[in-house]
Design a protein around this ligand. Sequence first.
Ligand code: 13P
Length: 350
Amino acid sequence: MTHHAHLEETARALVAPGKGILAADESSGTIKKRFDSINLESTESNRRAYRDMLFTAPGLGEHISGVILYDETIRQGLPDGTPFTKVLEQTGMIPGIKVDTGAKPLAGFEGEQITEGLDGLRERLAEYAQLGARFTKWRAVINIGPGSSEASPSDRIPSQFCIDANAHALARYAGLSQDAGLVPIVEPEVMMDGDHSIDRCFDVSVRTLRSLFDQLYEHRVVLEGALLKTNMVLPGKDAQDQAGPEEIARQTIRCFRNTVPAAVPGIVFLSGGQDDIPATDHLNEMNKRGPHPWELSFSYGRALQAPALKAWKGEPANVEAAQQALAHRARCNGAARFGKYSSDMETAAA
Ligand code: 13P
């Protein structure tokens, strides 16, 4: 099989019908925040036990196609020494790895961020491939600052410079990842923080994706062997006017139709602070409106893990309940891939 055919096959498997991705690639800082919420100390052994609970949940592979790991996690495994990458492969899930080293302040652009991690990336990718990773992820952060429209003075956030700098880094990363035989998941996240309208999020998301696909083209990235992970088009968390699922689905699909080439096999959503049930509901609403030129799937972190984390609380006795909570969210999101989710699924399982 050619290099490109191999990438395309993996990309398609990650967005197979009825399945989506579990993002479990929290950095040390982020997992500490999650553990703080259950009053659990973030030690290497607690982090291992938590990921062990998630990855060995019975039946998880039915609705989870792949799992994104963090540098520490890809080197960990079961107490008997079996690496997590093996555990995942054995249950039909593809191991992946977050390869950026985080979003840092963008010099000269107060309130904006640039994602780092390109230096030495070729060598790190080779090591991750050796450890069993078959795909990778890089996240860029695009903030929306105060202001009411995009047709506004040049000091508004996000600046075009920030959007373009992040798009350039995403494309550099994607090219290196494909060179290493690993499917890149390019993730620009337009943040929900703020009181902006859904229209403003639409405009910023369009600008972000236009710049990204320009750069992917310039960098000769093979779109058939890549996936897009991004935000839904939503009003800011603190906006007065919140939007219903129909409006969110309509604006999100319109945004993608204007910016994402049909050559891309799939678009997977991040949850970005949406609660678990709305995140499922929104995905469902979008798939009800299909077929679309791309698979519309999920790559949720919090929206898949939150109920499991709460049930687990770091206690071995709670592992089974926590695994059931995770499997339940995976099943609901699996149904949302076909537009077949309904709130009955929540009550039936409770
Ligand atoms: P959330 O779904 O919690 O936003 O996490 C997904 C992710 O991988 C962000 O990079």
